[in-house]
Design a binder for this molecule. Structure first.
Ligand code: FAD
Ligand code: SF4
Length: 495
């Protein structure tokens, strides 16, 4: 199909849409990515794809996006066809086109010894174009199955499951504990990484397809699993994994020591027009972020936008090496030190530091410093930390606000007050290969099933669980599975 550009990568250098300048973007809460892109530039970027015999990019993409096809279609200016190809595997390409860390690009064949194709930006461009041109419309099913499904949780997993199940003809109701639909896409990921009108227009599409949304309903409290089972033929739990990991050291109770998630969510709500509680405002404050991961980076970037006087991001681990190690070959994601978008905007990072205590030196009930120790770790053969070796202790770091962003420990209302729902040792909801929990007809998807992960995995999980539910309800399903699923579709018993 793409004979006319096998050497595109020799003719065109990689030119992504890219980010806005750090000094300019840090002054506002608008998206960090460049607002506009040039269709001609994106076409040449599509031409850089070689249409390899074995498209390793697709294996790198958790939902198996058919990347070479849409690269080729974009290179020919066939944007609408590219959009159809993209939607075949991804319900919400703008969710990923804006937020995905793009494991497809590190798996791109060109990345062996050249710059990868700008896959993520091409995805964004296709779906931007789709919305702008009015090509993305409701697609209600032509026939109804007579079956009803409850989806609990409205993050990307719940929404993808709901759309797939609805398109299979089932009547779908989404129950959401929060006051609005979107999960972490709405209250979690900062506005400058993902603008919230992008959630609202998808929710409208889903409503127009016939999906019903019920906000302010906490399943397990307001309605039990058995009550849902009595009213619906199947239930899908897509409740996320938002219980934050804590730092249980002396001084944890001090004012100013917050979970990063509470802080980020408060700023999301502020951007949506709600007042910002003073406790959630870092203006003029010295901020220390605990945790070197992505949530930590979002806290750093938010603190800068609020006007923090200084921001330090602390990691308990040593820094990653500057170059790829021999035991981390292509197409694996390179485990190398990279400056995050947040630290490009300012702030410092520090490594191998463990918190011994939160201090209140002036005894006013508020944190004013951290006591840290410099540590090394003994690790087991899986690379997991075992014993701590303290190299230096008593390090004092001033802090007015400490944001804890060291990971998550599974669903908040873990078992939804139902003793039949149990957790695995990894704090995920127990389920079989069909994604069915020990309660017949009750399925699980997304972070609740995998642990805190990525938007793209959540969409894939939602697609997979929809297929499993459809199989369970109807005995057969035309819904596709997500191609990289760890739960390959199994025929239901008796087939
Ligand atoms: C700060 C932050 C930034 C992130 N940034 C990125 C990023 O840039 N790129 C990326 O790929 N991933 C990112 N992630 C991860 C990504 O957001 C998640 O993996 C994804 O949202 C998981 O989707 P989900 O649908 O499983 O769960 P969630 O998005 O967590 O949605 C779960 C929903 O269930 C609802 N719920 C929970 N319990 C109940 C109940 N009892 N009754 C009713 N409703 C309930 C919740 O209110 C929530 O709306 C980020 C995560 C965080 C925390
Ligand atoms: S969803 Fe992520 S991994 Fe898949 S093609 Fe898009 S950017 Fe790449």
């Amino acid at each position: 199909m793409s004979e006319n550009h096998p050497d595109g990568f020799l003719r065109h250098p990689r030119r992504p849409i890219g980010y806005r300048e750090p000094a300019s973007r840090v002054a506002d809460f608008h998206q960090i990515y460049r607002f506009r892109w040039d269709p001609a530039q994106l076409r040449t970027q599509g031409e850089r794809c070689m249409d390899c015999g074995i498209p390793t990019c697709m294996a790198g993409c958790p939902i198996g996006n058919i990347i070479p096809d849409w690269n080729d279609l974009v290179s020919r200016g066939a944007w609408r066809e590219a959009l159809a190809r993209l939607h075949a595997t991804n319900n919400f390409p703008e969710f990923t086109g804006y937020t995905c860390p793009a494991p497809c690009e590190t798996a791109c064949t060109l990345a062996i010894n050249d710059d990868a194709v700008t896959i993520k930006d091409i995805e964004r461009a296709i779906v931007d174009q789709g919305w702008e041109a009015g090509w993305i419309r409701p697609e209600p099913p032509s026939q109804r199955s007579g079956r009803q499904v409850a989806v609990v949780g409205s993050g990307p997993a719940g929404l993808a499951a709901a759309q797939q199940l609805n398109r299979a003809g089932h009547r779908v109701t989404v129950f959401e504990r929060d006051d609005a639909i979107g999960g972490l896409m709405l209250y979690g990921i900062p506005d400058f990484k993902f603008a919230k009108h992008q959630v609202a227009r998808r929710v409208q599409q889903l409503r127009d397809e016939g999906i019903e949304f019920r906000c302010g309903v906490a399943v397990g409290e307001d309605v039990s699993i058995d009550e849902l089972k009595a009213r619906f033929d199947a239930v899908c739990l897509a409740i996320g994994a938002r219980r934050p990991r804590d730092v249980p050291v002396p001084g944890r109770e001090l004012q100013g020591v917050l979970f990063g998630m509470e802080y980020l969510c408060a700023e999301n709500r502020h951007q949506a027009g709600e007042p910002l509680d003073a406790a959630m405002n870092a203006q003029g404050r010295r901020v220390v972020v605990l945790g070197g991961g992505d949530t930590g980076a979002d806290c750093v970037a938010t603190a800068h936008r609020q006007g923090a006087s200084s921001v330090v991001q602390i990691s308990i681990n040593p820094p990653l090496p500057d170059t790829r190690q021999a035991d981390n070959p292509w197409p694996q994601s390179p485990q190398v030190r990279q400056q995050t978008y947040a630290l490009q905007e300012g702030g410092e990072e520090a490594f191998s530091l463990n918190v011994a205590a939160f201090l209140d030196q002036d005894q006013d009930g508020r944190v004013d410093a951290l006591e840290l120790e410099r540590v090394d770790w003994k690790r087991d053969d899986q690379g997991r930390r075992t014993d701590k070796i303290v190299r230096e202790s008593g390090i004092i770091l001033p802090a007015h606000k400490v944001l804890i962003a060291i990971g998550f420990e599974g669903p908040e209302a873990a078992c939804l007050n139902d003793p039949r729902l149990t957790l695995t040792p990894r704090h995920t909801l127990e389920a079989d290969a069909r994604k069915m929990t020990p309660v017949p007809g009750v399925f699980v998807a997304g972070d609740a099933s995998r642990g805190q992960s990525l938007v793209v995995w959540a969409i894939g999980e939602g697609r997979d669980v929809a297929r499993q539910i459809d199989l369970w309800l109807m005995g057969a399903s035309r819904l596709p599975a997500s191609l990289s699923t760890p739960y390959p579709p199994l025929p239901p018993k008796g087939l």
